[in-house]
Design a binder for this molecule. Structure first.
Ligand code: C2E
Ligand code: MG
Ligand code: MG
Ligand code: MG
Length: 287
């Protein structure tokens, strides 16, 4: 009961008062189960990547893809990365999982680009913990060499949250990555800690406007003004702009009129598995 739980929490040396209620117990057990599940998934390779096409607004064509991680548990079925990535980050498993993503995306873009030369970039999401690993840049170089991949084919996606601690070191790592000729995109821009200072110091060449803005833009002139300003600001800084989560033609037309460079979203295409991707690329749809 609550009293014993409170006693235990205090006895455990916490200086906060903790009430363990049923929901917390459930959440705790769920987290624990998910951690065990991730450990199994790493061992038996229950992961795969899907690829979401990005469309160039000038040509209407797909020139790049974002790699998105998928986990299918043999009993629980598909689990959303929004759910398991945070657990993988807390448990540290993201280092191994992220490394698998890196290698798989590099190997697969090689084969995609060989068959479809107009696909000239794959964007890979990278977590803070991965970037802080001392060997990250070295690992990146090793993989590019192993699969004979031109660094220009790779884009690394980061979010501002990587700067919450240890910003200085991460900045050096990012500069090294850019120096190799790899593109860097700032993901989910506009959420979280968006600060103009990040646009000043980060060695990025792309900004991705978060889908929460895009999805509110149709009937909200204030949101439209914010998006337009972010696009102009990014262009003035020499960055190009990807709008995420585009689901309607109206959003697309608005973004086009505002001079966005690239769109990504269900309106263009959902994320595609390997078979679907090949079907899509054989007869590429234009916007
Ligand atoms: P993200 O990097 O911002 O990826 C875009 C997310 O938006 C994807 O969700 C994609 O499926 C979804 N999306 C794309 N277009 C639309 C649309 O038109 N409408 C809606 N409602 N959603 C759309 P997903 O695949 O579930 O991934 C969620 C997040 O998980 C990603 O957000 C990213 O932060 C993280 N993630 C995914 N794969 C990896 C990975 O390999 N490594 C790391 N560290 N994080 C990953
Ligand atoms: Mg992303
Ligand atoms: Mg995003
Ligand atoms: Mg995101």
């Amino acid at each position: 009961n609550a009293d014993t739980a409170l006693y235990k929490a205090k006895a455990a040396g916490r200086n906060r008062i903790l009430f363990f209620n049923y929901e917390m117990k459930e959440a705790f057990e769920k987290q624990h189960m998910m951690e065990q599940g991730l450990r199994e998934a790493i061992k038996h390779n229950h992961f795969n990547l899907v690829y979401q096409p990005q469309f160039n607004l000038k040509t209407g064509r797909t020139e790049s893809l974002e790699a998105l991680l998928r986990w299918r548990h043999p009993e629980w079925g598909m689990i959303s990365p929004a759910e398991f990535i945070p657990v993988a980050e807390e448990s540290g498993y993201i280092k191994e999982i992220g490394d698998w993503v890196l290698e798989t995306a590099i190997r697969e873009i090689k084969s995609i680009h060989q068959e479809y030369v107009h696909i000239s970039a794959v964007a890979i999401n990278v977590s803070a913990l991965q970037l802080r690993e001392a060997y990250f840049v070295h690992r990146l170089k090793t993989l590019l060499k192993k699969y004979q991949v031109n660094p220009g084919l790779i884009e690394i996606e980061i979010t501002e949250s990587i700067f919450i601690e240890g910003g200085e070191e991460v900045l050096e790592t990012l500069k090294e990555i850019r120096g190799m000729g790899i593109s860097i995109a700032l993901d989910d821009f506009g959420t979280g800690y968006s600060s103009l200072n990040y646009l000043r110091i980060l060695p990025i060449n792309r900004v991705k406007i978060d889908r929460s803005f895009v999805q509110k833009m149709e009937n909200d002139t204030r949101v439209q003004a914010i998006i337009k300003s972010v696009i102009d600001l990014s262009h003035n800084l020499g960055f190009n702009i990807v709008a995420e989560g585009v689901e309607t033609q109206k959003q697309l037309l608005l973004l086009k009129s505002m001079n966005a460079d690239v769109i990504q979203g269900f309106y263009g295409s959902k994320p595609l598995n390997w078979t679907q991707l090949h079907e899509f690329l054989k007869e590429p749809q234009t916007l």
